[in-house]
Write a protein that binds this ligand. Structure first.
Ligand code: PEP
Length: 252
């Protein structure tokens, strides 16, 4: 099983979001082994949901609050997301950690709330370049996984997705090598097996993110512990996103 998720970040307006969603929904066939998620900005979720209704493309959000309602100006809850048709939510993206002070503890609260509300969290982890250069990449990712998923119980492997996104590879054009990606994915796999047991841990999807593009997707997606991709820049053009989905179909 593979999952390809597009993170549109703070891009698109209503008309370009709907157009992009339509292009993707019209081109993506039903693949038994590949799921496709698009994550538009929150204000475009409802319009995009209408556009992809009836297609094989699924809706995701880019963030959420850990409470269900209340005095949290500017925030959006998990139940609001499910009400507009979201099935997935990205949590702890490095841009949230870097620019909005998101912590592993916050990610943990959000992951619990997402699962309790019926959303599948895509929990993002990944080291900075300085941490990799200091030989601390595995240590950083271990901490993010263990704290982010602390007491996050999953009934089965469908309830949770993890995305390994080395910060130095996001939006930079510097993709991790296949060896770097596989090595860290294998490490995360070991952590997930410890947390959830061998069977569930072996089948939780671990996505790679960080400058995945049509010309490197085949190689990355063929790695044994790479179960898909979280795609930023290349998800904003339907041709490149669809090309990556085709790579996933070939690798699945
Ligand atoms: C991302 O933001 O999750 C991402 C992987 O971005 P990009 O593909 O542009 O590096």
């Amino acid at each position: 099983m593979m999952l390809i998720a597009g993170n549109w970040k703070m891009n698109t307006d209503v008309s370009s979001a709907v157009e992009l969603a339509r292009d993707i929904a019209e081109s993506v066939g039903r693949h038994p082994n590949v799921d496709v998620v698009i994550c538009p900005p929150a204000v475009n979720l409802a319009d995009v949901a209408r556009e992809i209704d009836g297609s094989s493309v699924v809706l995701g959000a880019q963030n959420m609050h850990f409470k269900d309602s209340g005095a949290f100006t500017g925030e959006i809850s998990a139940s609001m997301l499910t009400a507009v048709g979201c099935r997935f939510v990205i949590l702890g993206h490095s841009e949230r950690r870097q620019f909005f002070g998101e912590t592993d503890e916050g990610v943990n609260l959000k992951a619990k709330q997402a699962i309790a509300s019926g959303l599948i969290p895509i929990v993002c982890v990944g080291e900075h370049l300085s941490e990799r250069e200091a030989g601390q990449a595995e240590e950083v990712v271990t901490r993010q996984v263990e704290r982010g998923l602390h007491e996050v119980s999953v009934s089965d492997h469908h309830a949770l997705v993890v995305a390994y996104e080395p910060v130095w590879a996001i939006g930079t054009g510097h993709t991790a090598t296949t060896e770097q990606a596989q090595q860290m994915h294998a490490h995360i796999r070991t952590l997930l097996k410890k947390l959830y047991g061998d069977a569930v841990g072996a089948s939780i999807l671990i996505l790679y993110g960080g400058s995945m593009k049509p010309d490197n997707a085949d190689d990355l997606l063929r790695q044994p512990d790479v179960n898909g991709g979280l795609i930023g820049g290349a998800s904003l053009r339907s041709e490149s996103f669809i090309s990556i989905i085709e790579s996933a179909v070939r690798a699945a």
